[in-house]
Structures are given as C-alpha cells and as structure tokens.
Design a protein around this ligand. Structure first.
Ligand code: ZN
Length: 138
C-alpha cells in the first residue's frame, strides 16, 4: 500500500468564501500515482470546512445566507467565545459544514457523482490556513 500527504494553503482575503479545490485534490492523486484507494481531505482549522456539493454560485450564496441565519457574525457581543475574539460564528459554521470529506479513487480519478465537487469553506479568513490531503491505496 502506498501513502501520500500534502498540505494545500489558502489566504482568503474575505472573512467568508467557498473555493472549489477539486482540481487541487485531483492533482495530488496524480502526483501520488495511486490508482485505487481513498483520499481524505480535511480542514486543519476549527473555523474552516471541507465539504462536497454543487459548484453553483446561487447555491453558495444560499449557503452563506443560511449559515448567517443560523450563526450570524454580528453582533459579536452576542457570543461568549473567548471574549474579545470575533469568530464564534465561524466555529459554528464549520461545525455545520463539516471538517472533512473522504472520496473513493478509481482508475486514478475522483469517483464522483455527476455534480459532486470538493470545496474549502472559509469562515474566518484574511490569514494563512491549510487543508490536509491524505491518500492511501495502490
Ligand atoms: Zn475562536
């Protein structure tokens, strides 16, 4: 069995964003040379997510509105998390959108349904953050 590990780095200039990282993950698979196996992709921060869904800008807008309804950023004073910090909402948004995704690799490719794509969900950007890609297989 082969293993492969790589970190993808991000420095999102806005507080929140959704970034399609499917090509980056496929590039890792290509680099690993693994044809059959599994790839784990996880955010290494507790204010960011990795999830799978549709690459459609309307949907991403809807997600942002929905998450803001569930855990609004403002007023920051409404949260008790580390008084003085302003990212309690980001922790909650990450919890809902999830930490990681695991995808099957078949014949060297992500074995996806038609519309499935992998996203990095940033909820507290404007600093360097990373995503772990771990691949096992042969
Ligand atoms: Zn925090």
């Amino acid at each position: 069995m082969k293993t492969f590990r790589k970190e993808l780095w991000f420095n999102v200039q806005s507080r929140r964003a959704f970034i399609n990282i499917t090509p980056d993950v496929q590039h890792c698979i290509d680099e690993s040379g693994i044809q059959e196996g599994l790839v784990l992709v996880n955010a290494m921060h507790i204010t960011a997510s990795v999830f799978i869904n549709d690459d459609e800008s309307g949907l991403h807008h809807d997600y942002d509105k929905w998450l803001e309804k569930l855990a609004p950023h403002e007023p920051v004073s409404g949260y008790r998390h580390n008084v003085g910090e302003d990212n309690a909402d980001a922790h909650m948004k990450r919890q809902i959108m999830g930490r990681e995704s695991v995808i099957a690799i078949t014949e060297g490719k992500l074995d996806f349904g038609t519309w499935e794509r992998i996203f990095y969900g940033e909820f507290d950007g404007r600093r360097k953050k990373r995503v772990l890609v771990k691949i096992i297989g042969e």
